[in-house]
Write a protein that binds this ligand. Structure first.
Ligand SMILES: O=P(O)(O)OC[C@H]1O[C@H](OP(=O)(O)OP(=O)(O)O)[C@H](O)[C@@H]1O
Ligand SMILES: Nc1ncnc2[nH]cnc12
Length: 187
């Protein structure tokens, strides 16, 4: 776990970082020329490795009284839902515009390869909720910052962020507040 964060708690799964790094697949020029896409699907395809990743991403937040995990469509859902189960919390999906059926709040943001928006159901987070935001990857931080704004709009407190990958040559970590950010792998 790369750790500029005091939330980091060393685990006993000593080979995890090497094992995950070996399975993250680099795809050049996807979805646009010049982007080196970090594909995590080979990690998820291995049930043992997937479980170790979920445990390691949840570990820094155990005992932090998290009451809700909010994860970001689409790849964030794959990690956020099992992390919510691991932390015994509820789960709320932050979705791309027009996907949620009930009354929602909305934030716009830009990312490494375009502009987008995110929505949360207005009852997905309650005043006083202690929220962990989960996604597969932190790049510019635009997505996670928009998610944090949605949580704040609804009266929740963002306790931290858990990512599988952080692209540390981009300003995401600083943008979110480095002390709140945990990432298993950094590039
Ligand atoms: O830190 P940022 O620059 O905001 O970028 C990170 C976001 O980009 C990717 O999602 P994407 O929007 O490609 O959607 P997907 O999960 O549906 O593929 C990734 O899963 C993060 O959510
Ligand atoms: N380089 C990248 N690889 C995978 N997902 C991303 N989201 C933003 N940048 C990304």
């Amino acid at each position: 776990m790369s750790n500029t964060s005091p939330l980091f708690i060393p685990g006993h799964d000593s080979n995890l970082l090497e094992d995950v790094k070996a399975r993250v697949r680099d795809v050049p020029d996807f979805p646009k020329p010049g982007i080196l896409f970090k594909d995590v699907t080979p990690v998820l395809a291995d049930p043992h490795l997937f479980g170790r990743v979920v445990n390691a991403m949840a570990a820094p937040f155990r005992g932090r009284h998290i009451t809700k995990v909010v994860a970001v469509e689409a790849r964030g859902f794959l990690l956020g839902a099992p992390i919510a189960l691991a932390l015994h919390t509820g789960f709320a999906p932050a979705r791309k515009p027009g996907k949620l059926p009930y009354k929602s709040v909305m934030e716009r943001y830009s990312l490494e390869y375009g502009d987008d928006g995110l929505q949360l159901h207005e009852d997905a987070v309650s005043r006083g909720d202690r929220v962990l935001i989960v996604d597969d990857l932190l790049a510019t931080g635009g997505t996670a910052a928009a998610t944090a704004r949605l949580v704040s709009k609804l009266g929740g407190e963002v306790v931290g962020f858990s990512f599988l990958i952080s692209l540390d040559f981009l300003p995401g970590r600083e943008r979110l507040g480095a002390e709140k950010v945990c990432a298993l792998l950094s590039y």
